[in-house]
Design a protein around this ligand. Structure first.
Ligand SMILES: Cc1cc2nc3c(=O)[nH]c(=O)nc-3n(C[C@H](O)[C@H](O)[C@H](O)COP(=O)(O)O)c2cc1C
Length: 295
């Protein structure tokens, strides 16, 4: 049940780390190649990391022709993250991926804070992409909205099978001496420890409102952090920023998670899903998607 967060692991340069996960999630792919934003694109802060990568990627054609066959050789289920600047961009990428059995699931990046926003409603994108594939579709949402659970409900009603929560939230860091923004782009996406309570709140509210399968992420650095997300309602957990500092994190966190779960009386971590909610919630079995993802 451990994945990487999109954009936080290059499986082709670190195949052993990718193989230590239960599924590998690609960096977001768009229809056309993108160089991304100007450097500097990463800055450490006291509370986490700021990035403004700007969706740098080879474009869907090169991704499918060159990268997908090599990623498939890893032997790990593949989730492909797609993004774009119009509803049609998303539909086009999903339609290309639908023909490839090596793609287990598709994550719709509906929430990148580093590109000039286009505001097509979540439901419109989910509906258009749903028409292009029967593969499991996960809507990756931003926590920077007044009511993330309402967006989650809209994604579910439009045909999403699951949710990925959360993406980064906009932040700014200034250079100590010049007081100028440290990232060339100005603001960037804040990830890491500061996101933990934000992610927990988003998962908790979205699970209560939708009962959908959720990939929880945001600042996970230990088994305890992962267990919190499961208890809030996630059925999978993704590791992001922690992978830059600790490539051994998947193996370590998996072992810690098993230990932390068993100390609280759960036969396995999967049994902890939803434990933070009042009794009487539906059993996890009842929450299965009609398009189940291989483990
Ligand atoms: C360097 C970097 C690049 C990222 N690129 C993407 C991306 O391409 N697509 C996406 O959906 N999220 C992207 N994210 C967001 C992560 O997938 C994740 O949602 C976020 O970092 C929160 O998890 P964390 O606190 O464990 O890092 C990126 C994050 C970082 C730090």
């Amino acid at each position: 049940m451990l994945l990487n967060a999109s954009g936080c692991l290059d499986a082709l340069t670190a195949p052993d780390v990718a193989r230590s996960l239960d599924a590998y999630v690609t960096k977001t792919v768009t229809p056309l190649p993108r160089g991304g934003n100007e450097p500097v694109r990463i800055a450490e802060t006291e509370l986490g990391m700021l990035n403004s990568i700007g969706l740098a990627n080879p474009g869907i054609d090169r991704f499918v022709d060159e990268y997908l066959p090599r990623l498939a050789e890893l032997g790990v289920p593949l989730w492909v993250s797609v993004g774009g600047f119009s509803v049609d961009d998303y539909a086009q990428c999903v339609s290309r991926l639908d023909a490839h059995p090596e793609v287990s699931a598709i994550e719709l990046n509906l929430s990148c804070p580093n590109v000039d926003a286009f505001e097509a409603p979540t439901a419109e994108i989910v509906e258009a992409t749903r028409a292009e594939t029967a593969k499991p579709l996960y809507a990756k949402l931003s926590p920077a909205v007044p009511d993330v659970a309402a967006v989650a409900v809209a994604a579910r009603d439009a045909g999403a099978d699951g949710l990925s929560l959360v993406n980064t939230i906009r932040g700014l860091a200034l250079d100590e001496r010049t007081l100028q923004p440290r990232l060339a782009h100005g603001a960037g996406g804040l990830s890491g420890p500061a996101l933990r309570p934000i992610a927990l709140a988003a998962v908790y509210a979205s699970y209560a409102a939708t009962h959908m399968p959720i990939v929880g992420m945001g600042g996970v650095e230990s088994g305890r952090h992962a267990l919190d997300l499961l208890a809030a309602g996630a059925s999978r957990v993704a590791l992001g920023t922690v992978l830059f500092a600790d490539p051994g994190a998947p193996t370590r966190i998996r072992a810690e998670l098993v230990q932390e779960s068993s100390e609280r009386g759960f036969a396995s971590p999967a049994n902890a899903t939803g434990a933070a909610h009042a009794t009487g919630m539906a059993e996890p079995e009842a929450l299965e998607s009609p398009h189940p993802v291989p483990a």
